[in-house]
Design a protein around this ligand. Structure first.
Ligand code: SAH
Ligand code: SF4
Ligand code: F3S
Length: 443
């Protein structure tokens, strides 16, 4: 068979990814596992032999999205009875067979820790609903990452799961207990990515800075030490990581921000609230003041660091005073940007049954908080104007000759650079700040 004929014979897989970067990474790994079975990715759902929805359970709206998307798949399934529909990710883990009961068109349901068995499931050699937390490590059973041409920036999961049990959060239940991947696996995957053209790696984990493991020197390594080892890989220019918990910002990690030029001056450090009462009710296990002092230490190590965060408004019991405390914390820190959410009660979490804040009150607080955060975002972006920054080009822009990339501080930067290639890391002078991006000129 010619290569063309093989490609025509290949089955097509459409994947839709919801939720966080861990899901983006998992979708890539699932595509690779299915690739070994002869599936190629398609962007066109109606052309697919299999549709895989990689879901998120973090808020009610995110979870309900699955069911509306499944509803929309009904006509396609009616037209193509052989179409396989799979549900993966955190809703799969949380709801399991309930999904098939509500939506019988679903052929298989696979949780985040079992997706290495997808090929077996498709062949009928494994149950069609798999949501246990197996003893085995899925990464040992997945095909080696063989993607030939890589985008210049890649994700690498180093840690999964969470033992923190914040009162609002489903992650400890959907992703299971904290597990750190072994050092040699991480280094091998990182080297392999760099050998394939990757220049920037974002290390991922639900509690990425809680990562720990046995180092190559026989000692117990923390996350800062892991970053030092990764930074030694030749050809790797940039390292980032997400998401971190304040209580796991160890001294060694803070020092890495001072010592390692490849570690980008950007840190996403969710705080959720600025009120000690609410932080306690959320089971975050630190106070607002401890967070502020931590930020001071991080800024001592890396004065130009851009900080971002997550906030939940309207958590059960939140008063006007608690909300004011959160606004004050935001004023004190000055964030580059932040995600903010209205509290969504999640079944099975400790806060689920607590009396809710009036919905209109929560909406108003969210608006006020977002207005403050967008003023800070604007100020942070405007502060970049006139500065010379590194930009890693990731794709072509819409205008001819235009490239788009990320600055050291993770802002999207548009640059006129007709001779540049994707994957070039260039120095750019920022000349303008727009709504959600910057414009720069080559130096
Ligand atoms: N591990 C990360 C957060 C992962 S979830 C951390 O510890 O910060 C991403 C964000 O979703 C959280 O930071 C929180 O702000 C938000 N979130 C989680 N559960 C939520 C809920 N029930 N309602 C509203 N927002 C929620
Ligand atoms: Fe959820 Fe808290 Fe764990 Fe973050 S630290 S994943 S918010 S339980
Ligand atoms: Fe969502 Fe699961 Fe990530 S609940 S945020 S996809 S860990």
């Amino acid at each position: 068979m010619t290569q063309d004929a093989t490609q025509k014979a290949a089955k097509k897989l459409f994947i839709k990814t919801y939720g966080c970067q861990m899901n983006v990474y998992d979708s890539q790994r699932m595509a690779e596992a299915m690739g070994a079975e002869g599936y190629v990715l398609t962007e066109d759902q109606s052309d697919a032999d299999m549709v895989l929805l990689n879901t998120c359970h973090i808020r009610e709206k995110a979870a309900e999205k699955l069911y509306s998307d499944l509803g929309r798949l009904k006509p396609l399934k009616a037209e193509k009875p052989d179409l396989k529909i799979g549900v993966a990710g955190c809703v799969a883990q949380a709801e399991g067979e309930e999904i098939v009961r509500r939506m019988p068109l679903v052929d298989l349901v696979v949780g985040p820790q079992t997706y290495h068995r997808l090929p077996q499931m498709l062949r009928g050699e494994a149950p069609k609903i798999l949501t246990e937390f197996p003893e085995e490590d899925k990464f040992d059973h997945l095909p080696e990452r063989k993607v030939t041409r890589r985008a210049p920036a890649a994700f690498l999961t180093v840690q999964e799961g969470c033992d923190k049990f914040c009162a609002f959060c489903v992650v400890p239940y959907t992703r299971g207990a904290e597990v750190s991947r072994p050092v040699e696996r991480i280094l091998r995957e990182a080297r392999d990515l760099v050998a394939r053209g990757v220049r920037e790696i974002t290390l991922l984990g639900q509690n990425v800075n809680g990562w720990h493991g046995l180092g190559e020197d026989g000692r117990e390594w923390g996350f800062g030490r892991l970053i030092r080892a990764i930074a030694e890989i030749d050809g790797l220019d940039r390292i980032r990581y997400t998401t971190s918990h304040p209580n796991d910002m160890a001294d060694d990690l803070i020092a890495a921000h001072r010592d390692i030029p490849a570690l980008m001056p950007y840190l996403h450090l969710p705080v959720q609230s600025g009120s000690d009462r609410i932080l306690k009710a959320m089971n975050r296990k630190h106070t607002a003041d401890q967070y502020l002092r931590l930020i001071d230490r991080i800024k001592d190590a890396r004065p130009d660091i851009l900080l971002t965060s997550d906030f939940i408004v309207g958590f059960p019991g939140e008063t006007d005073q608690d909300h004011a405390d959160t606004l004050r914390l935001i004023e004190q820190v000055g964030f580059g940007t932040a995600f903010s959410f209205k509290y969504s009660p999640r079944p099975g979490t400790p806060a689920y049954d607590r009396p809710e804040v009036d919905s209109a009150v929560a909406d108003a607080r969210l608006q006020e908080l977002q207005a403050l955060l967008s003023r800070q975002q604007k100020a942070a972006q405007e502060g970049m104007v006139g500065r010379s920054l590194g930009v890693l080009f990731e794709k072509q822009g819409r205008l001819p000759g235009q490239m788009v990339g990320k600055s050291d501080y993770l802002h999207s930067v548009f640059v006129e650079a007709p001779d540049a290639q994707i994957g070039d890391l260039v120095q750019v002078r920022i000349v303008e700040s727009a709504a959600n991006s910057l414009r720069g000129e080559l130096i």
